[in-house]
Design a protein around this ligand. Sequence first.
Ligand code: ADP
Ligand code: MG
Length: 268
Amino acid sequence: MPATVLAFCNQKGGVGKTTTVFHLAAALSRHGLKVLAIDMDPQGNLSTILTGEPIHPGDAGIADVLSDRSDATLTDIIGPGIWPGVDLAATIPDAETLAAVRDELVLAGAGREHRLRDAVDSVRANYDIVLIDCPPSLDQLTINALVAADQVVIVSQSALFSANGLDRLRRTIDAVRRSYHPDLTLRGVIINLHEAQTIAGQEQLDEIAAHAEIIGYPIPKAVVIKDASEAQRSLEDWGTARARSLATIFSDITIALIGENNGTPAKA
Ligand code: ADP
Ligand code: MG
């Protein structure tokens, strides 16, 4: 079966899209799945933490795949991630090239929305799952991610779900569906930075659940989630009991996303 393609979206920055994609990639690797992570944020944060080899400023990246000015294919620019079975289509951090391509796409003509989809379709057969980390904006890069995706996963803080402008995101998803991709579905919401102790936290969850499926359990705010990603380590590898228990949250989200019978644990 060709890969399922998931776009992790929220036009607000700092909600944990990149961190979630990082730890889900670790969990998917442990489940024995072949994963392609695509970094669509010009800042390249995911690339910095997920790459298995040094990235240099002049390297070709996803910007080259999307641009008219380069012949690079997705296969050309895919490199290893840090875990077995995880590949990365990187954005070269700080190079501003993907931001330039975003502006190029604004001016480009017909077909500009499909560039990432065409690229992903060419490698889909090689993977079980493709994770697209979206930029914190509703721009041509996010549109390309939505057109390439089968399903949208919203990452949101519980407290900010309604305040986040998620209506705008939903309208964008609807517009993409109408114009380019009728089969695009909203898979659900991953709640991050959750404050379970507060009554407000639970009320917010109930409120969100009335609007969209909550995928797995809410991810709490925990320094080790940040520390492990910045150290390029999985929560399993981090070694503390707290980290291992947090790893199960990402593992459960993985199972919710791929289904119970998909994949076998890579490690006992
Ligand atoms: P986004 O991709 O949505 O902009 P990031 O994944 O970059 O958000 O997360 C923003 C910041 O919050 C990062 O410094 C990250 O390490 C931190 N962070 C994300 N999720 C958590 C969490 N559950 N607990 C603690 N820190 C987190
Ligand atoms: Mg990010």
